[in-house]
Design a protein around this ligand. Structure first.
Ligand code: GDP
Ligand code: IMO
Ligand code: MG
Length: 441
């Protein structure tokens, strides 16, 4: 049985924690879109000490010795970032080998000129800047769509790689210079290209055949989404989005598997909302409360360290994410962060230019002026951190959760009360209904 994990809000919902928790139940963990703009945190407690891993490109299953991890064709890979991540994991004692990390030969490469272009284009946008992670994500996907990108498979044929790199570097340099930037050093790029080829080639293979063949043999897939529904290039708050399909369709196109193979779909959602970068955020809190949530939830970007904007739970978005992705269930995270609050708001609709709606508008400008319509619930003001049994949650927390689930239109398969694996309430009966008999350690 396969399972997809999807972000429902603007990212950083805790996808890494949920994937890490589930990974021992699956044979293969697959990243299928995005790049190292993602930062997925995994906390493992060993001998009383927390070890923290932030995964950017490598699937969050990598710390489990039995997992095979796949970087699918829909991902954009910066070879430098990937090599650094591999080195970092090895330093922490995690084995990364051509056997447990497979890279799709169809995945496109992020090259240094993409990063330089990301910076130039953002600075030209001025006050309309997207607030990208400056990782070259947009420019790399642009080259993919313009049919001039280089792919991981190109790293397996060095003479042809060098030729393609040279042509692309010249083209990119003329654009960079035109935009007032500095050209990148072509000779350095060619030298780096040879080195990347040598180090990464053993991992590169046709993962489309691999995943379909393994699936046919009965091996199970855990599909790990990056970013989130509201950052999706089609369904998010365009143009304040990322450049890939982070909604469920991306799992098929980005892994090369048919829709029927995606299996169960679970959306990860915070008990409140956060956003990094620019763009509309109707329930954003600009006051001390927003700062308190940021401090308690440690809401700073796992990739860029930027403070995350914080606000109330938005049920309009939650319902939209359930609809667009066909979510079977939700994994609610960070309930513990709300423990101290006397009152908690839930956004149940928007008022846009005087008109009430319960739908996400297509236009970012309309979303920007949307005033949230709130329902207020009493807080529980008791600690929930670490609770792993639903019945032990304060009654008011149970009532809050029931209302969130009702408004979102999906049940909670997981309720997370802390960053660690065991700080999780799991509805095993609900998962069993979807054919997922989980062993959780
Ligand atoms: P991702 O990008 O969706 O994987 O999420 P990030 O790793 O960027 O951000 C989620 C952060 O919340 C990480 O620092 C996690 O360790 C932490 N986290 C996850 N679940 C919980 C939870 O239930 N409670 C608390 N307090 N922290 C959590
Ligand atoms: P995970 O997987 C939160 C945001 C950026 C910016 C916009 C476009 O950890 O949830 P990009 O660099 O992709 O062109 O930036 O998307 N963004 C994320 N925000 N979590 C992420 O990933 C993000 N990846 C991109 O902040 O607003
Ligand atoms: Mg993150």
């Amino acid at each position: 049985m396969n399972l997809a994990i999807i972000g429902t809000q603007w990212g950083d919902e805790g996808k890494g924690k949920i994937v890490d928790l589930l990974a021992p139940n699956f044979d293969i963990v697959v990243r299928y879109q995005g790049g190292h703009n993602a930062g997925h945190t995994v906390i493992i407690r060993k001998d009383g000490v927390d070890q923290k891993f932030v995964l950017h490109l490598i699937p969050s299953g990598i710390t489990h010795p039995g997992s095979t991890c796949v970087i699918g064709n829909g991902v954009v890979i910066d070879p430098r970032a990937l090599l650094e991540e591999i080195a970092e994991l090895r330093k922490k004692g995690i084995a990364v080998t051509p056997q447990n990390l497979l890279i799709s030969n169809r995945a496109h490469l992020i090259l240094p000129y993409h990063v330089a272009l990301d910076r130039r284009v953002e600075s030209h946008r001025g006050s309309n800047a997207v607030g990208t992670t400056m990782r070259g994500i947009g420019p790399a996907y642009e080259d993919k769509m313009a049919r001039r990108g280089l792919r991981a498979g190109d790293l397996t044929d060095v003479p042809s790689l060098l030729e393609k790199l040279s042509v692309n570097a010249r083209q990119a340099n003329s654009l960079l210079t035109h935009l007032g930037g500095d050209p990148i050093d072509e000779n350095q790029l060619l030298a780096d290209g040879k080195q990347w080829a040598e180090l990464l080639a053993p991992h590169i293979t046709d993962t489309t055949y691999y995943l379909n063949d393994e699936s046919r043999k009965g091996r199970s897939l855990l599909l790990e989404g990056a970013q989130a529904t509201m950052l999706d290039i089609d369904h998010g708050t365009y143009p304040f989005v990322t450049s890939s399909n982070s909604t469920i369709g991306g799992a098929c196109t980005g892994a090369g598997i048919p829709p029927a193979k995606v299996g169960t779909t679970i959306g990860v959602i915070k008990a409140y909302t956060t956003r990094v970068g620019s763009g509309p955020f109707p329930t954003e809190l600009h006051d001390k409360l927003g700062e308190d949530i940021r401090a308690k939830g440690n809401e700073y970007g796992a990739s860029t360290g930027r403070p995350r904007r914080c606000g109330w739970f938005d049920a309009v978005i939650a319902r939209y994410a359930v609809m667009v992705n066909g979510l079977d269930a939700l994994a609610l995270t960070k309930l513990d962060v709300l423990d101290d609050l006397a009152q908690i708001n839930i956004c149940v609709g928007y008022r846009i230019n005087g008109v009430e709606t319960a739908q996400v508008p297509f236009d970012a400008a309309a979303m920007e002026v949307a005033e949230p319509i709130y329902e207020t619930m009493p807080g529980w003001q008791q600690p929930t951190m670490g609770i792993s049994n639903f019945a032990e949650l304060p009654e008011k927390a149970q009532t809050y959760l029931a209302r969130l689930s009702e408004l979102s239109g999906a049940p909670f398969a997981f309720i997370s009360t802390g960053p660690e694996r065991n700080e999780t309430i799991i509805d095993t009966a609900l998962l069993a209904k979807h054919g997922l008999e989980l062993k959780i350690n």
